[in-house]
Structures are given as structure tokens and as C-alpha cells.
Design a protein. Structure first.
Length: 57
């Protein structure tokens, strides 16, 4: 279960990207998440995915 709160979600996703996944695509596929929905949730708090850094900023 992933966090519903956007700030907690940001921390959770970035930790997973840092420690377990080489890309957002891998994370979404493995955790069965809709990438667009995830990005929209984090965009709501001003964060966008940086592919080069493999994290949301």
C-alpha cells in the first residue's frame, strides 16, 4: 500500500527509486501503479520526475 498523502508519497517514491528501481517505469510496473496518476499526484505539490536523477523534485 502506498501513502495517500502527497508529501509522504513523494518520500516513499523517491526512496524506492533510490534504493530499488532504475527508473520510474520499473517502479510503476513492479508496484502496479499508473504512472500518469502518480505523476499527477506529485505534480499537485509542485514535483516533477527528473529522469536523469531518477527522482521527483
Amino acid at each position: 500500500m502506498i501513502p495517500k498523502d502527497p508529501v509522504m508519497l513523494l518520500s516513499y517514491v523517491n526512496m524506492k527509486l533510490r534504493d530499488y528501481y532504475g527508473s520510474l517505469e520499473e517502479l510503476c510496473e513492479d508496484l502496479d501503479l499508473d504512472r500518469r496518476e502518480l505523476e499527477d499526484q506529485l505534480k499537485g505539490i509542485g514535483c516533477r520526475y527528473d529522469k536523469e536523477r531518477n527522482q521527483f523534485q
